[in-house]
Design a protein around this ligand. Structure first.
Ligand SMILES: N[C@@H](CCC(=O)N[C@@H](CS)C(=O)NCC(=O)O)C(=O)O
Length: 169
C-alpha cells in the first residue's frame, strides 16, 4: 500500500499552484509545507485530502515523465478535475470518458502538468453506484470472499461441536 509519493518539479511555485488548482475539485489542498532548510535542500509541499499523500519538491524535473492517477468516487469529480486542470494551464492529454480497454466502468481524464507529467483522475464506479454501495462490484465481491470462508469455518466448528454433543449422549 502506498502511503505517499513525491515528485521533484522544475518550478516549485508554479507546480504547487497548478496542482492546488487542478486537484481542488477532488478535495486536495496543500496541507504541509517545508522550506528548503527543513526538507533536504529543496522546498517541499504535501497535498492531500485527509493526509498529505502527494508531495512536490523543487530541484526537478523528475525524468522521464511519470504518470499519476488519483481515484475518486464519482464521474462528476473527474469532469471537474479536467476543467480545473486545463483552466490552470495544463495540457490536454485525454478528455473525461470511458476507457473500456481498461474495464467497462473506467472513467478517466488526463492532463499534463507544467513539467509534462501525465496526471489522471479516475472513477471506477458506474454512474450513481458509489453513493449506494461504497465500492465497485469487483471490490465488493473480493471483500465478501474471506467473510464467506470464515463463516464456513464457524459453521464447521458448530457442526463439530454439535457432533461432539451427540456422541456424548
Ligand atoms: N490520451 C490517452 C491517455 C491514456 C493514458 O495515459 N493512460 C495511462 C494508463 S491509465 C498510461 O498509459 N500512462 C503511461 C504514461 O503516461 O507514461 C487517453 O485519453 O486515453
Amino acid at each position: 500500500m502506498i502511503d505517499h509519493i513525491g515528485l521533484a518539479v522544475t518550478d516549485f511555485a508554479k507546480s504547487k499552484a497548478w496542482y492546488a488548482a487542478a486537484l481542488a475539485p477532488i478535495g486536495y489542498t496543500v496541507m504541509m509545507e517545508f522550506p528548503a532548510e527543513q526538507a533536504g535542500g529543496q522546498p517541499a509541499a504535501g497535498l492531500g485530502d485527509t493526509k498529505p499523500d502527494f508531495w512536490l519538491a523543487g530541484g526537478g524535473p523528475t525524468q522521464p515523465h511519470t504518470h499519476l492517477a488519483f481515484a475518486v468516487k464519482s464521474r462528476a469529480l473527474v469532469d471537474a478535475f479536467y476543467k480545473a486542470a486545463l483552466a490552470a494551464g495544463g495540457r490536454d492529454n485525454g478528455p473525461p470518458g470511458i476507457r473500456a480497454h481498461y474495464h467497462p466502468n473506467y472513467y478517466g481524464a488526463f492532463v499534463l502538468d507544467p513539467d509534462g507529467h501525465n496526471v489522471e483522475v479516475v472513477c471506477h464506479y458506474p454512474p450513481g453506484a458509489s453513493a449506494k454501495s461504497g465500492a465497485p462490484k469487483a471490490k465488493r465481491a473480493a471483500a465478501k470472499r474471506p467473510a464467506a470462508k470464515s463463516k464456513k469455518k464457524t459453521a464447521g466448528k458448530a457442526t463439530k461441536r454439535a457432533g461432539a454433543k451427540r456422541k456424548k449422549r
